[in-house]
Design a protein around this ligand. Sequence first.
Ligand code: ZN
Length: 239
Amino acid sequence: MINGDFPNQIIFYAQNNQILEDFSNLLAKQLFCPKEQKDINCDCATCTRIEHIHDYINVGNFKDQIKKEEIKNIIKLFSRSALEKSAIKLYRIKGIENFNSFSANSLLKFLEEPPNNTFAILLTTNLEKVLPTIKSRCQIFFLEDKNNKKDVKDSNNIIDKLQQQFLKNLATNKDNNFILIRSIIAMKDFDSKDFLNKMLETFIESNFNNYEITLKALAELKRNQNVNLVMQKWILELT
Ligand SMILES: [Zn+2]
């Protein structure tokens, strides 16, 4: 399921904690749910008690300083269970701006050499305060406030319309998206990263396979300057 350059150390930032909580819970469910067909309303034993399952560690509360011991604890628990090769391990840190130099150093070492199949979901509402050394080891994604998004939709935002068209095409007439994306890229204030981020939020709820593909495309956009090429490849892989 998860392979290649799927980013496994991710910083999500958003304007409020709730968005971050909701989205990361969803992502955790998608990663751990044993069912073949992922469904956001899944009520399996894993999904219903996602915050308490083994191999998923939560640290931080968006307010208090993160202690060195808490990071050490993650490292200890994950190196112990590293023997189960295929099992996914995930840790989530709420408020990664709340590090002191001791706890940050422990985390940095872990981010540099993570054990196999280990995922880090790092959450913040204050990206500017996150240490640059942490940021540089992670993929960074901005999650939009859905309420604000509604306003944008009301004001007839063209990108939103194009996004809806894109999804419609994906369901009915896939190849039309090659043409659509070309015209979107040509638009004046178009930011392909914003577009992919929006799609990411749609896909995590509707199609986890496409979510992974989009996450990979976003990572590729950061390395590859050829936006057109990355986007075409992305469309080709979407299901
Ligand atoms: Zn499930």
